[in-house]
Design a protein around this ligand. Structure first.
Ligand SMILES: *Cc1c(COP(=O)(O)O)cnc(C)c1O
Length: 342
């Protein structure tokens, strides 16, 4: 596995991706992420539950799988710059892969609504970070127009190469589980990832049921109508008008799955549970997959994978709000005894 991991998804799955043997490849060694059996969660749910740790990708989210493809294709096409609208992780990933490729990068984020770690990443990689006084949906509309007018590659998941790269996670799941997977639980924001997984499963001849979960305050696919002012603690899925709306509904129907809502309280409770009982620190949006599984079950599925889309360190502010305080202590043995054992 360690060898597979270091080469990146294009080299590893080139025969199933739109890249020829001599095409330029911009990679940071993404993919090959761990699949971990969640023992406590399995007990609770009464099924075998595995966690796909996408937060272990190079920039800490699954976005890297798609970004290696989108940026490699941009280089192949001779683009000088890449641009995206982002709730954070796409920005972090685009900035890193642009830096690796020697391209200029610009990212448009909703003002004040992006997690601290993601903002730090975009800036440290040298992207121009533009804080839009508007939400993600407005940002995406504007960058689509901008990319249509200028020779800049748009690397949002409306870019087909993003989905191509992201489908490789489905291949890895089937490899790791010897082809037997009954259900996949996954958070849904712009709905690119659920679309990509379904594409991957179909290409590999598999058909697990797809259970997608949106935050209750940002659940357009559940409500059947766009949400004007989406609100949730899970900033990565704070999206009111998903770009891959139809594809997500198609994937849900074709797989006999469902797209449902989970509240912020349910998301945060799953988030704490994963950290405290499984040793896995994911970001709030990622925990929506487990929150949904705990709330709705998986309709008799025996073997389930939950996609944990991003790393918990992305959003330290939410983490610190969710846990107990540190224990102050005088530098004496008696005091430390009380502090440790008391
Ligand atoms: C982007 C993202 C999502 C949502 O994926 P979509 O393809 O927009 O549905 C979920 N979780 C995290 C951590 C993300 O970065």
């Amino acid at each position: 596995m360690s060898q597979a991991r270091s080469v990146g998804v294009i080299e590893r799955f080139r025969d199933r991706l739109p890249f020829g043997p001599t095409d330029p490849v911009v990679t940071l060694g993404e993919g090959g992420t761990p699949l971990v059996l969640a023992e406590r969660l399995s007990e609770r749910v009464g099924a075998e539950v595995h966690l796909k740790l996408e937060g272990t990708n190079p920039t800490g989210s699954f976005k890297d799988r798609g970004m290696t493809c989108a940026v490699s294709a941009a280089v192949r096409e001779g683009a000088q710059a890449v641009i995206c609208a982002s709730t954070g992780n796409t920005a972090a990933s685009a900035a890193a892969y642009a830096a690796k490729a020697g391209l200029r990068g610009a990212v448009i984020v909703p003002d004040g609504k992006i997690a601290t770690g993601k903002l730090a990443q975009a800036l440290v990689h040298g992207a121009r970070v533009i804080a839009l006084r508007g939400n993600f949906d407005t940002a995406l509309e504007l960058v689509r127009e901008l990319a249509a007018r200028h020779p800049i590659a748009l690397v949002n998941s409306v870019n087909e190469f993003r989905l191509e790269g992201q489908k490789t996670a489905a291949f890895e799941l089937l490899e790791d589980l010897d082809g037997r997977l009954d259900a996949l639980c996954i958070p849904v924001g712009n709905a690119g990832n659920i679309t990509a997984y379904w594409k991957g499963f179909v290409e590999a001849g598999a058909a697990p049921r797809l259970f997608g979960f949106q935050a209750a305050g940002a659940a357009p696919l559940v409500n059947g109508a766009p949400v004007k002012d989406p609100e949730t603690v899970a900033s990565a899925i704070r999206i009111g008008n998903p770009a891959r709306w139809e594809e997500a509904i198609d994937a849900m129907r074709a797989s006999r799955g469902a797209i449902r809502a989970v509240t912020d309280d349910e998301i945060l409770s799953a988030y704490r549970l994963l950290a405290a009982t499984e040793g896995v620190f994911c970001e709030p949006a990622s925990a929506a997959s487990v929150a949904g599984l705990l709330k709705y079950g998986a309709d008799g599925a025996e073997r389930i994978a939950c996609v944990l889309t991003g790393h918990g360190l992305k959003d330290p502010d939410v983490a610190l709000e969710q846990v107990g305080a540190v224990v102050p202590c005088e530098p004496q043995l008696r005091a430390i005894e009380r502090a440790v054992l008391g």
